[in-house]
Each structure stands twice: as structure tokens, then as C-alpha cells.
Design a protein around this ligand. Sequence first.
Ligand SMILES: Cc1cc2nc3c(=O)[nH]c(=O)nc-3n(C[C@H](O)[C@H](O)[C@H](O)COP(=O)(O)OP(=O)(O)OC[C@H]3O[C@@H](n4cnc5c(N)ncnc54)[C@H](O)[C@@H]3O)c2cc1C
Length: 460
Amino acid sequence: MAITQATLDMLTALLGADRVSIKAADLEAHAQDESFHTPHPPDVVVWPLSAEEVSAILRHANELSIPVTPWCGGSSLEGNPIPVCGGIVVDLIRMNQILEVREQDLQVVAQPGIIYDELNKRLARYGLFFPPAPGSSDIATIGGMVANNSSGMHAVKYGATKDYVLQLQVVLADGEIIRIGRPVIKSSSGYDLCRLIVGSEGTLGIVTEITLRLRIRPEVVAAVAVFETMEAAAEVIYAINRYGPTPAALELMDPTIVGIVNAWTKSTLAEAPTLVMEFHGLPAGIEQELELVEETCREAGCVSFEKGLTPPEREKLWHARKQAHEAVKQLNTGSRAEIGDIVVPISHYTEAVQKAYALAEELHVRIATFGHAGDGNMHVEMLSDKSSEHEHERTAEFNRRLVHWVLSVGGTCTGEHGVGIGKREFMPLEHGTSLETMRKIKRLFDPKGILNPGKMFPDA
Ligand SMILES: Cc1cc2nc3c(=O)[nH]c(=O)nc-3n(C[C@H](O)[C@H](O)[C@H](O)COP(=O)(O)OP(=O)(O)OC[C@H]3O[C@@H](n4cnc5c(N)ncnc54)[C@H](O)[C@@H]3O)c2cc1C
């Protein structure tokens, strides 16, 4: 064990025995996120309740160079919170309070452990919401969303988590507690440290308090358009982006995913390329947007365009869409289900769809695709037999070649899942010499490299 009895004694004295665990079940529960990456247990799990407690843990760990990995919902898809070097997992799930709702300023101050859906449920009574809407909204916390810069269904209209973080309380590697940002919509005062921490995946500090800007809850209408080909659906996505209004969600599912989702959620969607859309605003505006989008879909030869879904129908539809990854995993238990997260500039979206299927055919890789297409984001589920190293290698090659193509057209290897373990190999190609600037920032914040080691950067 990398940590000593003296460290366990210190943690127990600080937190009490019920918030420190070396039980096998707790270590195992913090050894793996929702990804396919190899699990690795920590030496100890702790559950702090305040920034001061996090500070004391980090001060001790920093002095003794003990690895520390923050953990919130554990729903990451790239191994982001796996404690690959062991040490201490700091689980923030019990820091889950809403500290203040600033109704007049459309802001909320909350602790990192609150679950996204729970936060929005509590904000509904004020007529407010935090929009990004990750597919994992029932398990992802806002702490994890800040650390991964998560987004989701609504990013096409509202942006990602980074666009909502106004202020953060962060505990640095040496235990110093800092407050960064201002609770205002704009500020040009100094370096934007909030933007630096957002998306840093727990490698620069531990976030203990978050001030988010909110939006007013709008009227909501959903629609579903079905196409004969993926190309036709992808072309519509481009056309809507380039010429049309902005739906609040614009999701593409290929026929394979629709079939899988139907089987898993007992839905009856047509097993064809499908666009799932949502429109937010005032009724008259929504009506106009819907009309324009329907016209665009029909011009592109859509087979059907269904609108006027009732709220329960809408709920069922989104439930089905959100279950896509889980459905792939559950209905293919003999396979590894690895999920890609590429984003391309929207003018390349159709090409990206074509590229993925052409590569899959060439390399004999089983894929199914879906994603937040409206912002150029495509998730490719890549299936390989768990017992076949050869198939797994082919899948890795498929992913490598797809990401290299994506980078060549100006895209990114990850739109929302983060770098974690799985995307580290692409960092040099995506960032070039600026990766060294990122390493310098990491060394400045965390000179001993204790915070979430083994992530973000390829091994030296
Ligand atoms: C079915 C499914 C669908 C998904 N759909 C989406 C989607 O649509 N969009 C999307 O963006 N993601 C999606 N994800 C991925 C994942 O749910 C998100 O990235 C989510 O925001 C992670 O939050 P979490 O609370 O689970 O964080 P965790 O997985 O616990 O942690 C995430 C990272 O943040 C670090 N961290 C955690 N808490 C803190 C903290 N307080 N301070 C500093 N660092 C911290 C961890 O070390 C880790 O590196 C999906 C996952 C699943 C399983």
C-alpha cells in the first residue's frame, strides 16, 4: 500500500472513521468509471464535507507526495477519475448542497456533488435552469461537469458548461483555498482562471463551490424527422446550422442505434436515420422555427416529420435517446463498447459521417453512431469481441484513423467526455507545441504532480 498507517490516522482524525474507508467494496466502487479502461483501486477513499477538509487532505498529501484523485459521480467515459496511481480518492458526492439561489440575478451557488437533474428540479420552482443537459443527467454532478467541461443535448443553442461558470472556489494542490471569477455576465479583469479550471479534469485543483449563471425555463416543443440516408440527415444538420434557426437540441441517430434503443427501451422509432429535435422559446417563435426546420427537412427528402409530441411522448423520446450508450453496452455484453467523441467544424459533418462508415467497412469494425450533431459532435460506438485482442486492435486503429482525419479538418478528439486516459495519445497532434504550455501550467499548479496523475498528458 502506497499510504501509511500515519496517513490513515491523520485522515480518520480529520474526518471521522465513517468518512474514511479502505473497505474492498469502497475501493472497488472507486476503481472504475463508466468507461472500458482498466480499473485501478485507490488505497483509501475519503468523503470531505467542506473546502477546509479538502484543504487539510491536500496539504498532507502534497507534503508526502501522495496521489489524489477527485471523484464526483464517476460517470466519465474516458477513465477520467480512475486513480491509476492509487493513493487517495477524494469523493465529493456528499458536498451536494445548493448554497444560494440568486433568483434576481439568474445564478445559483452550489457544491460540486449535486446531480444535474436534481439541481434543475430544485431550480424549476424559480422558473430557472442550467441548460447543458448531458446524456448522463441523472448521474453526472455539476462538479464532474465543471471538471470535464461537459455539455450535451442543449449545447447547440446554449453552449457548454464553460459558458455558465461565473465563479469557483478551488483547493490547490498545496491546500490553499482560492476563489476565482466574479458573479457577473462579463468581466475583462485579468486572466480567466475559471476557464482554466473548467475542463482540467481534476489535474489543477479540487472544485469545492460553483457559481453558475442560469437561463429562464422556456416553452419546449419536440420533433422527429426520419430520413432514407445518413447523408441526407447530415446535410440537414448543416443546412439548419448555416441557414436556419437554432434548435435547442439537434441529435442524430443511425439505424443501428435506433434498433438497439428500441429493443432496450421498448420504443417503436422507425429504424432509419433519425433527427431528434427540440425547440425552446416563446410559442410564436417556436412555431416559426419549426416551420423553417420542417421545410428544410422536407426539401432534403425526409420520409416523415413528426411534431406536436405531448410532454409524456417527449419524455419517452429523450429517455430513449439518453439510453443509447447503456443500450449498446447491455445488449452487447460479450463486446467491449468504446465510445468516441469527435467534433468537426459543421461544414465537415456530412463528410465525418461518411468517413466513419467507410473506415468501419474497410477495417471490418462494428460501429453505431449518434450524437449531438447540431454542434458537430458525433459519438461512434465501436464494438469488439472482449476475448479478441485482434478485434480490439482493429477498433483502436479505426479510432486512431478517424481522429487523425478529424484533426486534419480542424476538429477535436473530444467534444465533451474529456481526455482522461483514452485521448492522451492525440494531445500532441491536436495541440502541437502548445501542449508544452499546458504542461508548464500543470507544473505551476501542481509541482509534485499529485493531482489526478496519469491523465491529460501522454506519458513523457
Ligand atoms: C450514459 C452516459 C451518457 C453520457 N453523456 C454525456 C453527454 O451527453 N455529455 C457529456 O459531456 N458527458 C456525457 N457523459 C460523460 C459523463 O457523464 C460526464 O463527463 C459527467 O459530467 C461527469 O460527471 P461526474 O460527476 O460523473 O464526474 P466524475 O466522472 O466523477 O469525474 C470527472 C472528472 O472530474 C474530476 N473531478 C470530479 N469532481 C471534481 C471536483 N470537484 N473538482 C475537480 N475535479 C473533479 C475527476 O477526477 C475526473 O477527472 C455520459 C456518460 C454516460 C455514462
